[in-house]
Write a protein that binds this ligand. Sequence first.
Ligand code: ATP
Ligand code: FE
Length: 329
Amino acid sequence: MILALETSCDDTCAAVLRDDGTIASNVISSQGIHDRYGGVVPEVASRHHLELVNAVVGDALRQADTDLDGIDLVAVTQGPGLVGALLVGIVTAKAIAATRGLPLAPVDHLQGHVAANFVGPDPFEPPFVCLLASGGHTLLARVEEYDGFEVLGRTLDDAAGEAFDKGARMLGLPYPGGPALERLAADGDPEAFTFPTAKNVAGLDSSFSGLKTSLLYAIRDLGEEETARRAADLAASYQSAIVRALVDRCERALDQTGLDRLTLGGGVAANGPLRAAAERLGANLHVPDRALCTDNAAMIASAARFVAPVAHPGYLQLDAYASGERALA
Ligand code: ATP
Ligand code: FE
């Protein structure tokens, strides 16, 4: 079995995956304290990871009904993410592996989001197009293999999740904004306001900064009282613009690659209207369970099945990386 740790942002996660790719446990401890700052404070996140990580690993082993004797491989997110936060997971993974004489598999976080699709008992097999839409990234990828992907397009500015978070903040909603904005939008009319979907951005790239500015202007023009009264309509229209932009890029990617298999990954893939709109594209669609879309360690363990494990003492050199798309085909 694989024990995986994921601490790239503000969730402290550990999971145990069986060798057939099914989940034995998937523990996620969300640090509720970042809400008061309207976003994740890196140093606060690191300190909380330190406090939580041992208990979360203990819970993951217990819920999997095993202990370290049952573990054959330790996996950990190496990057991209907040370096201080990543280091807590990496140091913990190294310590567990070293004391138990186990190999260690360093995993790329984005490859983890893609590998959420490989979790059993019903894995989705390549080749497919993957829309990876998260808090820090918006990529369209061609996935031909289990251990990498080719980037076909990316956002030119904000990530889709960032657009959700920033829009939510403008509407006075708590962090993380995506789920809160989705809930508010459920009572609104998606056609009440017209927001731009960056149709003019060519190819498979996307852009969300213009949309964000449009919401800002709409709120300014409406004034405080009217904004409050029409908050659900604003949220629904704003969400609809993000969803339309993303689904449009998926459609273009399917056309361009000639593939007819599509997956969604990353936190934004938890969004109900996005999932519904992607379904209407007519491709063979696979979307991981919501809990596997937002950050979790089961997806890291899933990716680790296809990473060459590093033996002791080689992995003691492993360092975190903050950005970039490493380990890509
Ligand atoms: P990255 O994976 O790029 O490093 P991250 O790990 O911080 O970034 P994820 O945890 O994959 O990002 O996704 C978090 C993002 O997903 C946040 O921006 C959040 O608002 C968004 N999100 C989560 N649930 C929903 C939802 N239901 N609707 C829309 N957005 C959502
Ligand atoms: Fe993520």
